[in-house]
Design a protein around this ligand. Structure first.
Ligand code: S3P
Length: 468
């Protein structure tokens, strides 16, 4: 689905669902396989635009990637080589930052760029530590934002102490460490997602974890089979929606349960939701089925080490918090300001425009609930998680509509999102706001020129007109 849509569904959310493969694990599966000494097979790879960007990038570096039934097979070249053209990472920060670490060691010149959103996202955080290893990188606007130009160089094993917990930066440095002349250590203030550590170890790399410090020895991964679990960050939209929508019960099948990613389940429980984990399997990347049953929710505090464990889920957690009794406080989440959009600003504005009580501060917000939400027109700002979170917010509008100005961004991580949402709301019918009876589980695509009577103005362009 692309362009503007009007969301017009009614809950509760009920049923089982599967989500596409984990985005972080999918990027790593392609990239690490491309570096390996032998071919790899990847099952469950996310088929979405962000991972497509990594796929095209590794092909440009000489790997062959082909679909074979349920698997994607990656055949690495003898050595990765200078790409013949600028590498376009689209909307994907993970592709761009992880590639910086690899390209830093590939002889030749590489240029990494991306879409309007990615070309606003910070890269100094990855360039500076790479430079300490001897890498040669330059970026636009005083080394602040992409495009990034990388010239391959000999790298030194180095010890890094990161000021922020960032899995992308940690991974880029560990990847550069594979090519360095000695061990590379990365220490972070809190644990960020550890898919890189697990996968590299699974591929035979000498990698040790001591507390919050990871040390990698130079070496080449060997190919193997990678199983990609469902993406808990995608499941989060329905788990949070179900927790807060009376009468809901949903089960996400086969989702990743890596503890560095399951902060959401801790928050759901802390807010009073019923969370049941079943069929858990713990090999490489833990996975299992997660059921959430609606319960009366209350506010909670989200801060410190919990934040990196749910950083991508915060937009939809903010939606859920508007329905909880009392105060939810989110702190230490400054990183939200440098995601696909400034998510504190995007979500804060959208929810306030919908009638929620949200106070923003630099590294978080306070949300007081519960508040009924009203129809709203949302500018998605090329941010998939803002679009999907506000589609979930619509379920709390009792038949009211959410106008999303552009949902093409949803294809970056979860192209089937609206279909899953339709299925989980399928059992509900409702009276539309005009009194016509109909299925409430529909999104109406609008033509780019705003056909079907046109969109109400987006936020900041006369908001309020879309409200009841
Ligand atoms: C990711 C890490 C996270 C997350 C992003 C994906 C990754 O960012 O927000 O969506 O795959 O490494 P950080 O680098 O801030 O941890």
């Amino acid at each position: 689905m692309s362009g503007p849509v009007v969301c017009r569904r009614q809950g509760p959310l009920r049923g089982d669902f599967e989500v596409p493969g984990d985005k972080s694990v999918s990027h790593r599966a392609l990239l690490f396989s491309a570096l390996a000494s032998s071919p790899s097979k990847v099952r469950g790879l996310l088929a979405a635009e962000d991972v497509g960007a990594t796929r095209r990038a590794v092909e440009a570096l000489g790997a062959t990637v082909r679909d074979e039934g349920a698997f994607v097979v990656v055949e690495p070249p003898e050595r990765l080589s200078e790409p013949g053209d600028v590498v376009d990472c689209g909307n994907s920060g993970t592709s761009l930052r992880l590639l910086c670490g690899v390209l830093a060691a590939i002889p030749g010149l590489s240029v990494l760029t991306g879409d309007d959103s990615l070309r606003r996202r910070p890269v100094r955080r990855v360039m500076e530590p790479l430079r300490r290893m001897g890498a040669v990188l330059h970026a636009r606007d005083g080394d602040r934002v992409p495009p990034v130009v990388v010239r391959g160089a000999a790298l030194r094993g180095t010890r890094h102490v990161l000021p922020v917990a960032s899995a992308q930066v940690k991974s880029a440095l560990l990847l550069a460490g594979l090519f360095a002349d000695g061990p590379t250590t990365v220490e972070e203030p809190h644990l960020s997602r550890d898919h890189t550590e697990r996968m590299l170890r699974g591929m035979g790399v000498d990698l040790r974890v001591e507390g919050l410090a990871v040390t990698v020895a130079p070496g080449r991964p060997r190919g193997g089979t990678v199983e990609v679990p469902g993406d808990i960050s995608s499941a989060a939209f329905f788990l949070c929606g179900a927790a807060a929508l009376p009468g809901s019960r949903v089960t996400a099948r086969n989702v990743g349960l890596n503890p560095s990613r399951t902060g959401l389940l801790d928050v759901l429980r802390a807010m009073g939701a019923q969370v049941i984990v079943e069929n858990a399997v713990d090999e490489g990347e833990p996975r299992g089925d997660v059921t959430v049953v609606a319960s009366p929710l209350h506010g909670t505090a989200i801060e410190g080490a919990l934040v990196p464990r749910l950083i991508d889920e915060l937009p939809v957690i903010m939606v859920m918090a508007t329905q909880a009794v009392g105060r939810t406080v989110i702190r230490d989440a400054h990183e939200l300001r440098v995601k696909e959009s400034d998510r504190l600003a995007s979500m804060g504005e959208a929810l306030v425009a919908a009638g929620a009580r949200v106070e923003l501060f630099e590294d978080g917000c306070i949300i007081d609930g519960p508040t009924p939400l009203s129809p709203v027109a949302v500018r998605t700002r090329l941010d998939h998680r803002v679009a999907m979170s506000m589609a979930v917010a619509q379920l709390f509008m009792e038949g009211g509509e959410v106008h999303l100005d552009d949902v093409s961004c949803v294809a970056t991580s979860f192209p089937s999102f609206f279909r899953v949402l339709d299925r989980l709301t399928e059992s509900s019918t409702s009276l539309s706001p005009t009194g016509r009876e109909g299925r409430a589980d529909s999104s109406t695509s609008l033509s780019p020129d705003g056909g079907k009577g046109g969109l109400p103005p987006a936020r900041g362009e006369g908001r309020g007109e879309g409200k009841r």
